[in-house]
Ligand binder design. Structure first.
Ligand code: F6R
Length: 241
């Protein structure tokens, strides 16, 4: 596991964009995308490089990590919409190549299987962007998720619903269920790129990098992966030994 500590969130975005761009420039990449606040500056930096003319995503395919269950299609906070709005609609990835689990599917278990099959059919994810929850979740694999889990429905913890309430008008509107790639699914990506900024993530980062591997801290599964880059700012690194 490589840990890169950068002074500020803006520096984290530049380093993360360098890593993603490197994969994209080596050939059409399969990108694993995260939503939430943390990767937004990285997406902006990638968009900037694309618009400056130096970086094309044509031929790339993307897969979202997760999706809320129960939000109507087209809801502005559905992760399909968020990833289009914040990233893919500003670069040259065709919309049909922007994939995400469908949280409106009538048969959620069948949709989870379809999504796993789609990732495999694309040849697997080359670089997977990850944020981390204050409780150590990656994707929406909340504490005590199986370290070998596959894409499936999960229930959000109260902590995560509170953390995400800022995107909705009240916590009551934050869905309770999500469809998320499992920790086993995420672990199959060739390169995992975990980003974190701010002191609020410092404990989760310390537990992930230095704590025991345990289902109570889902992100600790990264310790088993052969190619992980953790890019964090000084505040998120402040509880590392
Ligand atoms: C989002 C996701 C989540 C977030 C995490 C951190 O697709 O999978 O694991 O990465 O909740 O969210 P932020 O970046 O908003 O702190």
């Amino acid at each position: 596991m490589e840990i890169v500590i950068r002074p500020t969130p803006a520096d984290v975005a530049v380093t993360a964009a360098d890593i993603v761009a490197d994969h994209v420039q080596r050939g059409p990449a399969v990108l694993g995308l995260a939503t939430g606040s943390t990767p937004l500056a990285t997406y902006q930096e990638l968009i900037r490089r694309h618009q400056a003319g130096g970086l094309s995503f044509s031929g790339c395919v993307s897969f979202n990590l997760d999706e809320y269950v129960g939000l109507p299609k087209g809801h502005p906070e559905s992760y399909r919409e968020v990833i289009r709005k914040e990233f893919t609609s500003h670069v040259d990835i065709p919309d049909a190549k922007v994939e995400g689990p469908d949280g409106t599917a009538a048969d959620i278990a069948a949709e989870a299987k379809r999504y796993e099959d789609a990732i495999k059919a694309a040849g697997g994810v080359d670089v997977q962007l990850l944020g981390i929850g204050t409780d150590g979740h990656i994707g929406f694999n909340e504490p005590v998720s199986s370290l070998a889990s596959r894409t499936r429905i999960k229930t959000l913890t109260t902590q995560t619903r509170e953390d995400n309430a800022r995107f909705f008008s009240s916590i009551d509107e934050v869905p309770i269920h999500v469809l998320t790639q499992g920790l086993g699914t995420i672990s199959e990506a060739e390169h995992l790129l975990l980003l974190a900024t701010g002191e609020g993530k410092a404990e989760a980062i310390a537990a992930t990098v230095e704590g025991p591997v345990a289902a109570i801290n889902p992100a600790s599964v990264l310790q088993f992966h052969p190619h992980v880059t953790v890019v964090i700012d000084e505040a998120a690194a402040s509880k590392l030994r």
